[in-house]
Design a protein around this ligand. Sequence first.
Ligand code: FES
Length: 230
Amino acid sequence: MHSLSKLARTSSSLVRLLGPPLSQPMTRRQAHTDLEVPDFSAYRRKGNSDPTAPNSASFEERASFYYLMSGTFGVVGLYSAKKVVCGLIDTMSPAADALAMAQVEVKLEDIPEGKNTTVKWRGKPLFVRHRTPEEIKTEQAVDISQLRDPEKDEERVKKPEWLVVIGVCTHLGCVPIPNAGEWGGYYCPCHGSHYDASGRVRKGPAPLNLEVPFYEFMDGDDKIIVGEEF
Ligand code: FES
């Protein structure tokens, strides 16, 4: 009898500790019906406020809203992309000191007839030659079919009195000597290339004529600007 009461006390302690067995009904949590649902009507578009209206009834209003948003974000996106691309291209542009070297100005009144002046342009020598009437006549009369790199004198000058060429031998890049060589134009002592007073190769290993850069006459032909603006 004593052991039975002890067993009953032990089992009631276990039930308190572990909870009721699964076979017994459990308490159910009740819904909180006292909470107020916020009213978002003020924020809803009028076309969507009627829950019984069909989707097609508010299609145009919604579509115009989406078109407006798409257009706005599209314009903002394009503008941002343009800024990014322009920024990237700017980083690839030459620096201000390089731009300053891009063009060189040469005063022609300082060069006497029959003389050649040499100026530095983009790290290379630039020959500006004031040709005499005899030189002009001689170069214009050359039969270009005899030349290695056939070019008429008229194609190489803008005004017959002025020859502007880059002073770099087209063989291996030496700097030719002005008013020298068998044709009196330029002579490259490195391997013996001769150029005439139009800068055309006449003898030696040079394959091409001296290069004519882009240049323009300015201030009533008193000076030339060599090189293009970036
Ligand atoms: S570099 Fe001028 S002839 Fe060779």
